[in-house]
Design a protein around this ligand. Structure first.
Ligand SMILES: [Ca+2]
Ligand SMILES: [Ca+2]
Ligand SMILES: [Ca+2]
Length: 223
């Protein structure tokens, strides 16, 4: 019996229980066999998150704070730092199911405007007992198996306020399908670019979680 194991970071994996019933002459014998499939468990690594233009730090932190970054090469990746400090980026890790592991990243872009750009990097770690593969990313409840449209290199557009116009694009280094053995970690990073249709001076909040799958069950659904 193949039981597909899929897990959001931090959610306890199920242990499959196979009940085998054996019938014998005039009596029934039930045999309970517990098949331990191992635990699929991973999480964001606390303290591993770094990002551009962090809110709340005093001037002088240079690269990580202060003047805003502008997506000057859009739709190509990359940005230039401006000589003004208007917006800022805030990133928090959340433990939404209370199991002690961070499973969700909350990104807030404060007082931002078109072509505001930020870059966020972090580590994930395989805390479980079986190898896993990074399967998909869930952003504001929508699952993505790919976040790069390589032809145009602009990433995936997100409509955060539901007005039908994209407000932000996400582009990340391609770690989908990467295999993590137990105790291994991987670096992940992504870019966010605010688009023309975003409301002026907006505060945009994005919830991101990554989902892993048992290494031998990895697939990408056909669109
Ligand atoms: Ca800033
Ligand atoms: Ca958790
Ligand atoms: Ca919108």
């Amino acid at each position: 019996m193949t039981k597909k194991l899929i897990k959001q970071i931090g959610v306890l994996a199920l242990i499959g229980v196979v009940l085998v019933a054996l019938a014998m002459w005039s009596e029934s014998l039930s045999v309970n066999t517990t098949v331990k499939t191992g635990e699929l468990d991973w999480r964001f690594v606390p303290g591993s998150v770094i990002y551009l233009d962090a809110c709340g730090l005093p001037p002088g932190y240079g690269f990580f704070r202060g003047n805003d970054w502008n997506a000057s090469y859009y739709p190509m990746p990359g940005a230039l730092q401006l000589d003004k400090d208007v917006g800022c980026t805030e990133v928090n890790l959340l433990d939404t199911d209370g199991d002690g592991d961070y499973d969700t990243m909350e990104v807030t872009l404060n007082n931002v405007y078109p072509w505001y750009y930020t870059h966020i990097a972090f580590k994930v770690h395989n805390d479980g007992t079986i190898p896993l593969k990074i399967w998909r990313v869930v952003i504001n409840d929508v699952a993505y198996y790919e976040l790069n449209e390589q032809e145009l290199q602009q990433g995936v557009e997100l409509d955060l306020n539901g007005d039908g116009e994209p407000d932000v694009t996400v582009w990340w280094g391609d770690n989908f399908g990467v295999q993590l053995e137990p105790c291994w970690s991987a670096d992940i990073s992504f870019d966010l670019t605010v688009l023309q249709a975003a409301p002026e001076g907006a505060t945009l909040t994005i919830y991101i979680s990554f989902e892993a799958i048992q290494w031998n069950e990895y697939y990408v659904p056909t669109p």
